[in-house]
Write a protein that binds this ligand. Structure first.
Ligand code: HMG
Ligand code: MG
Length: 298
């Protein structure tokens, strides 16, 4: 059967807003985060401490976290290196996420590192974070396909993922950065991690909905025993360094499906829809989420 409960890991403020052309004012971002927390989302990834020239949309990361104050301390933030970690430590943050690549090309495009060099960058970052008592999540991108390299061998994804976990990360989020995964591929990847000694308790799935497969992929992952799913309110998102990356699986679409399946999630659907409609108004365009369209028409 399916798991009785899952954790939804909300990435809208980070994965969503990193990809917006317009710069969203910091007070709007803070309100977005607060509304998502109030809607019952147990984890809300707030922003990234990356180089501000690489992602100008999130250059206000320190201001945002200062604005969120005490309530923001346990919210995860993306950190690629020791410089990013220093910035997070200065603010007393407790939870970071590193983000590696399963492919050589995307490591270069997204991190300015070779495949091997990325681990040398993350190693001391994770060691220092753990010594400071932080929790560390690791993402691995391009798990199902890469816009430059095409098909990505499953063994290569398992190698990248286990190397990230071995650095000291508590959870590995398997990213379908460009949304090309299909349900059978998801099943095969989860099985390959199991063969490598990485159980579903340490895995999360991060689907983008480019080909409209994110919910089917989620169902396949649920059947395989995965209990943490990344999603983005209103289906915002994409990676500025991955051509053809579109929005994440919309949180509303995920919540709708889980509720129908009787899988507990603890999230207030109406509150998330209301938040997405509000955010879409701020961004000046409608949400791509079908559930937002169905329920959000005021
Ligand atoms: P680099 O140019 O190689 O950096 O970029 P460097 O280490 O050579 O340092 C150069 C300068 O940058 C130095 O300053 C550093 O201090 C500064 P200088 O000494 O010249 O004055 N610097 C920083 N400043 C502020 N914050 C920092 C930082 N690091 C260095 N953290 C780097 C390497 C990793 C920094 C760069 O490539 C970068 O910032 N990349 C981030 C790209 C990104 O954020 N992409 C989107 C997130 S990933 C994603 O969306 C996928 C995901 O959703 C999952 C999925 O869908 O698959 C997670
Ligand atoms: Mg993503």
């Amino acid at each position: 059967g399916l798991p009785s409960a899952v954790t939804i890991y909300e990435v809208g403020p980070r994965d969503g807003l990193q990809n917006e052309q317009a710069i969203v004012p910091v007070e709007v971002k803070a309100e977005f985060v607060r509304r998502l927390v109030a809607a019952g989302l147990p984890v809300v990834e707030a922003t990234s401490f990356v180089h501000p020239r690489w992602v100008p949309q999130l250059a206000d990361a320190a201001e945002l976290m200062a604005d969120l104050g005490e309530a923001g301390r346990h919210l995860p933030v993306l950190v690629p290196n020791e410089r990013g970690l220093d910035r997070a430590l200065e603010l007393g943050l407790e939870h970071i996420a590193i983000f590696g690549s399963a492919t050589e090309t995307f490591a270069a495009k997204n991190l300015n590192r070779t495949f091997d060099e990325q681990f040398a960058m993350f190693g001391p970052t994770v060691a220092r974070a753990r010594a400071a008592g932080m929790d560390v999540r690791a993402y691995v991108s391009m798990c199902f396909g890469d816009p430059w390299e095409g098909a990505v061998p499953i063994e290569q994804v398992v190698t990248a993922g286990t190397r990230l976990l071995d650095l000291g990360a508590s959870q590995l989020s398997l990213g379908d950065t460009i949304g090309v995964a299909t349900a059978g591929h998801v099943k095969a990847l989860v099985a390959a991690f199991a063969d490598a000694g990485v159980g579903t308790d340490r895995l999360a799935m991060h689907f983008h909905d480019t080909y409209g497969q994110a919910l089917a992929n989620t169902f396949s992952a649920l059947q395989a025993g995965i209990t943490t799913f990344d999603a983005s309110a209103g289906g915002l998102g994409g990676c500025p360094y991955a051509r053809s990356a579109t929005g994440n699986l919309a949180t509303e679409d995920l919540v709708w499906m889980l509720t129908g399946l009787g899988v507990d999630h603890g999230v207030d659907l109406d509150a998330v829809v209301e938040t997405s409609v509000w955010m879409a108004g701020r961004l000046g365009r409608p949400s791509p989420s079908a559930v937002v369209r169905a329920l959000g028409a005021a």
